[in-house]
Ligand binder design. Structure first.
Ligand code: UDX
Length: 431
């Protein structure tokens, strides 16, 4: 099959490489010239396990090509995936400018020589596929095509694995012809193909992400109550997770969710609810809990240092919103760093991948070595559970610190070991 993927972000680049690896011919299209130039030279714009070798292999065998020209790419295309960004606007609404721009461009460049399946892969509000169809048909009323929705569920950090081994693939379509082709295309990836109507497919994406965010805010709220009552959230979550109806996944308490999806998708669904005059009470609460949760670190520091952080030196471990990614969008770490600077603390930070890419307040020092984060600090705060932070020799690093305080914002460290080694340890809802 000939496949065109428009947009070379996480979703587009990973899906394109995985389709190419199954033997299809894939054109990845992006209007960002320098990004395409880099990709052609084997420079990958994102840090994602396994992606570089996948791209190298498939560019070498000619299955994967990169171009800035949608016109050149779509000539022979059987499938065209729209995988461009849908960033949030100030009111929380998803910005569809880029999706519609692709639709308008397709309307200019498609001809009626062959039937094509056009797929919305970007996370888009319910009803978007119909608008995309209308726009494409504007200049080419006789062209044979269907617009469908196949939402993406990959996680950053394990994007290639998630794409090659998904739990399920949702195919939203109102055309039997498109359904047959999409089923055929996706069958090698999963036996769990869920075929539904377009609007339900669009909703499944938002509902899934918002449900996971709800689980996180729920367990964080329980963790805060564990703190107050002396229970241990790790024990509580472990036992809750044994109930199959609850499941153990997404029950790790911490500083709340970040990243490019959950915060944006919750806002977008609240906005969709507003548009039909529905008050999305639960979703708003999920968001409120998450906004407050980041600051648990600050309250723990206040408790330890008697509400005075001015002049204290705090070492931060981690900038990425979660491990195994260089993405720091909406990362709780950034909020905490700004708050600490606001409270006149001195901040030093280390992240194995993000490093200098993050824009931090001038006074914040980014360290080249993880162990330098411990030099003369009053406390170390773990913000991202990178494996290398979990296996640090804390006992020997303690002697570099002014006071041996560890705040574990991800409940990733061993409290018993740290306390036995003389640390003052605080996790989130951990005894
Ligand atoms: C998420 C969805 O999982 C994915 O299906 C969708 O396609 C995009 O959004 P991603 O944002 O890459 O993926 O990361 P994910 O691993 O889901 O984590 C999201 C956030 O939740 C992170 O900040 C993580 O630290 C936090 N989290 C996750 C918790 O705080 N506790 C948990 O138990 C799980």
């Amino acid at each position: 099959m000939n496949i065109v993927i428009v947009g070379t972000g996480y979703v587009g680049l990973v899906s394109g490489s995985c389709f190419a690896d199954k033997g299809h011919h894939v054109y990845c299209v992006d209007n960002n010239q320098s990004k395409i130039k880099d990709l052609k030279n084997g420079i990958i714009p994102i840090y994602e396990k396994g992606l570089k070798s996948l791209i190298d292999r498939n560019t070498a065998n000619g299955h994967l090509e990169f171009t800035t020209s949608l016109k050149d790419a779509v000539g022979e295309a059987d499938f065209i995936f729209i995988a461009v960004g849908t960033p949030e606007m100030t009111n929380g609404e998803a910005n569809l400018e880029y999706v519609y721009h692709v639709a308008d461009e397709l309307s200019e460049v498609l001809d009626d020589t062959r039937y094509r399946v056009i797929v919305d892969k970007s996370t888009v509000p319910i009803g978007t596929a119909y608008e995309v169809r209308k726009r494409i048909a504007r200049n080419i009323p006789t062209a044979a095509f269907d617009v469908c929705s196949v939402p993406e569920f990959l996680k950053e950090g394990s994007a290639v694995h998630d794409t090659l081994h998904p739990d399920r693939i949702v195919i939203g379509t109102d055309s039997e012809k498109a359904q047959k082709r999409l089923v055929e295309l996706h069958r090698p990836f999963s036996n769990q193909l869920f075929v539904t109507d377009i609007r339900s497919a669009e909703m499944i994406k938002y509902a899934s992400n918002c449900f996971l965010a709800t689980k996180i805010s729920f367990i964080n709220e329980i963790a805060n109550l564990c703190d107050a009552y002396g229970a241990d959230i790790k024990e509580v979550a472990a036992a809750m997770g044994l109930d199959k109806r609850i499941s153990p996944h997404f029950l790790n308490a911490g500083l709340g969710y970040g990243g490019s999806c959950f915060p944006k998708d919750i806002k977008a669904l609240i906005n969709m609810a507003d548009q039909v005059d529905y008050d999305a009470t639960l979703l708003k609460a999920v968001q409120q809990v998450n906004t407050k949760q980041k600051y648990r670190v600050i309250s723990h520091l206040h408790n330890v240092f008697d509400h005075e952080l001015a002049g204290k030196k705090i070492g931060i471990l981690g900038l990425a919103f979660k491990p195994n990614t260089d993405d720091f969008r909406e990362s709780p770490s950034l909020f905490i760093i700004h708050e600490l600077v606001k409270q006149a603390a001195t901040v030093v930070v280390y992240d194995p991948v993000v490093g200098h890419k993050a824009r931090l307040p001038d006074k914040v020092e980014i360290m080249e070595e993880v162990t330098s984060v411990f030099d003369h600090v009053d406390a170390v705060v773990l913000m991202t559970e990178w494996p290398e932070f979990i296996h640090l020799p804390y006992e020997s690093l303690k002697h570099k610190m002014r006071t041996p305080v560890v705040i574990d914002g991800r409940n990733a460290l061993d409290p018993v070991e740290l306390k036995n080694n003389g640390f003052i340890y605080h996790g989130i809802g951990v005894r």
